[in-house]
Write a protein that binds this ligand. Structure first.
Ligand code: SAH
Length: 333
């Protein structure tokens, strides 16, 4: 799919033609311009040639059928991965990538190991959602939620991510509510500050993963530039401005950040009324191990005793390497 020259091609047409074209793509989810019969045959052919709508993708479905991963081939040959998570409460969440690869090189993340290739443009981010929207349309369902938790660091591609969110949120298009869109960041402070000023009510998630800087810098190289106290300062400003809850993600890794002391230290950090903690179990990327069920229970018991508000993320799609942190594509290896 490539919509880069859509405006250019429709330039000579009456203004409403562009809106018709965009509605066809984002609202009616057409697969091919031949379906846009309100355009002349000549225009449809031209659009098919210069703005193809086909999405080149491979698909993998998990055994439980509630997780579908796709590998999308972009125009320049780069590959990205996205996933659809079908919750049993009717929500259909798409996890999108914001970059090809990632420059952060976190120890526990497969994407981090493949390096960084380039930023995605807005429409390449939206394309991932359109792919699943077309799929769900066949079952008369739609994408209800989008999380920026795939490959890449969204706040290192800020402008494109925001442009994509505006397209996703458009009532006349995909119509995904701002409150149903979440952006997860390693804690890029400049990004959090800009995000505070956005008019949309999008959710913010912070990948914390450690209860102190010494430990965090070992698994997250970016902690040298963005240590915990500076992140929390930016988050507090965000909360002051937006009055919105912020989610802190904590990946539990055996013998790395899962001790009783870590739990007590974490409880001290997550103490503000609008802080919310999300415990994630490490999905294998071949480097570390996930803690035992008993260890996870003890860790969570401490958090409960310390009155920390938290939830645990349900694991999806491990069999198809579609779970958090398992996205990797060959082109950059
Ligand atoms: N760069 C952004 C978004 C991508 S990661 C960020 O760091 O937040 C999305 C989520 O998946 C983050 O919370 C990330 O830390 C988590 N994650 C990464 N590797 C993982 C793994 N091996 N198992 C489980 N979660 C992982």
């Amino acid at each position: 799919m490539n919509l880069v020259s859509l405006k250019e091609i429709l330039k000579g047409e009456p203004k409403y033609r562009l809106k018709q074209g965009e509605d066809a793509v984002f609202k009616n989810l057409i697969n091919d311009w031949s379906e846009a019969t309100f355009f002349s045959l000549e225009l449809r052919q031209k659009l098919n040639q210069f703005c193809p709508l086909a999405i080149k993708a491979e698909i993998l479905v998990s055994k439980t059928k509630d997780n579908i991963k796709t590998k999308i081939l972009l125009d320049d040959g780069a590959q990205i991965e996205s996933a659809l998570i079908r919750h049993n409460d009717g929500r259909n969440t798409v996890c999108v990538s914001s970059q090809v690869g990632c420059p952060l090189a976190c120890e526990f993340c497969a994407t981090g190991k493949m390096g960084f290739k380039r930023n995605l443009i807005a429409i390449e981010i939206v394309e991932q959602v359109i792919f699943f929207s077309r799929l769900l349309k066949k079952e008369k369902e739609r994408v209800t939620n989008v999380v920026f938790m795939g490959m890449g660091e969204p706040f290192l591609n800020y402008e494109n991510v925001m442009e994509a969110i505006k397209i996703l949120n458009n009532k006349n298009g995909l119509n995904i509510g701002a409150r149903h869109i979440s952006v997860s960041t390693i804690g890029i402070i400049e990004g959090i500050r800009k995000f505070s000023k956005e008019k949309l009510q999008i959710n913010l998630a912070i990948s914390l993963h450690a209860s102190n800087n010494n430990l965090r810098r070992k698994i997250i190289p970016a902690n040298n530039k963005y240590p915990i106290e500076l992140i929390l300062e930016a988050v507090n400003e965000y909360i002051k401005k937006t009055k919105r809850q912020v989610m802190f993600e904590y990946l539990l890794i055996e013998n790395v950040n899962d001790s009783d002391d870590h739990a007590f230290e974490l409880a001290k950090l997550i103490k503000k009324p609008l802080y919310f903690l999300n415990i994630i179990l490490y999905n294998s990327t071949g480097v570390f191990k996930s803690p035992s069920t008993k260890r996870v229970m003890v860790f969570k018991d401490i958090l409960t005793k310390k009155k920390v508000k938290f939830s645990q993320r349900y694991r999806f799609g491990q069999d198809i390497k579609s779970a958090c942190g398992q996205f990797i594509t060959k082109t950059c290896l």
